[in-house]
Design a protein around this ligand. Structure first.
Ligand code: NAD
Length: 259
């Protein structure tokens, strides 16, 4: 097992890519704190899936809009699990709209959840990681950390921001055994992508079927990336073999950003 005995916390892991990474890390022997929104039934279902691998699993409901709740979540995980080895910043939301009518509250929420929450988690987790001279910070960015698309002003801005945060944290911690890398998926078929199909159709005046085709037209493989493929890359970046990899931004996008 690649992560036996490691302690991981993954934000936004009640669904999609986060849940897939939580399962993959537990499968490799890690104890995992999951986090995210959802009904009690959703949370119980996510907990059951991650607990299936027999490691210790806990849920923390901290809201990624709130810096104070994030600081409490990290402190609790450090105390209850005996130190965090792996921090994955994954929570994210999307909103698709032309810039001139982009709702201000959506801009604020996307910047807070997709970017500022990672500042808060990293800020709170670094002292413990530094003291143990070991840590793995993985930020789930996006192809939109490297390139842009119309109607996604807040998301593209937040994802470019997290790419910069990744490099800065990597440089600050390079001599402390703590790595910080980003993973930049193209389109992965999860609830986040499913929800933006109707919005894209509306913005562009096309049908939902055409919107789905349009989404995949950006991805040269014409295939959605799978949650398991992203999770496997995250597991690798959390291993000891990945110790010299820091400040990198890994594309897993079917060739999208090669064009
Ligand atoms: P998802 O909607 O399936 O999951 C998002 C998770 O974030 C959920 O667990 C949700 O509860 C959580 N979340 C949302 N707001 C929160 C809040 N205020 N506090 C705590 N948790 C909150 O989405 P996904 O597709 O799995 O996306 C996960 C990450 O991957 C995001 O950062 C997203 O930008 C990124 N990403 C996704 C794709 C894709 O195609 N799906 C592509 C590139 C990057």
């Amino acid at each position: 097992m690649l992560l036996k005995g490691k302690k991981a916390l993954i934000t936004g892991s009640t669904s999609g890519i986060g849940l897939g990474m939580a399962e993959a890390m537990a499968r490799e022997g890690a104890d995992v704190v999951i986090n995210g929104l959802g009904s009690q039934a959703d949370i119980d279902a996510a907990l059951a899936r991650v607990k299936a691998f027999g490691t210790r699993v806990a849920y923390d409901g901290a809201n990624m809009l709130k810096g104070d709740e994030i600081a409490v979540m990290i402190a609790k995980a450090e105390k209850d699990f005996g130190g965090l080895d792996i921090l994955v910043n994954n929570a994210g939301i999307q909103h698709v709209s032309p810039i001139e009518t982009f709702p201000i509250e959506k801009w604020d929420a996307i910047i807070a959840i997709n970017l500022t929450s990672a500042f808060h988690t990293i800020r709170a987790a670094v002292p413990g990681m530094k003291s143990r001279n070991h840590g793995r910070i993985i930020n789930i960015a996006s192809a939109h950390s490297l390139t842009a698309s119309p109607f996604k002003a807040a998301y593209v801005s937040a994802k470019h921001g997290i790419a910069g945060l990744t490099k800065t944290v990597a440089l600050e911690l390079a001599e402390h055994g703590v790595t910080c890398n980003a993973i930049s998926p193209g389109f992965v078929w999860t609830p986040l992508v499913e929800k933006q199909i109707p919005d894209l159709a509306k913005s562009e005046g096309i049908s939902e079927a055409e919107a789905k085709k349009k989404v995949l037209s950006r991805q040269p493989t014409r295939q959605f990336v799978t949650v398991d493929q992203v999770a496997a890359l995250a597991v690798f970046l959390a291993t000891e073999a990945a110790a010299p990899i820091t400040g990198s931004n890994y594309s897993i996008d079917g060739g999208w950003t090669a064009e």
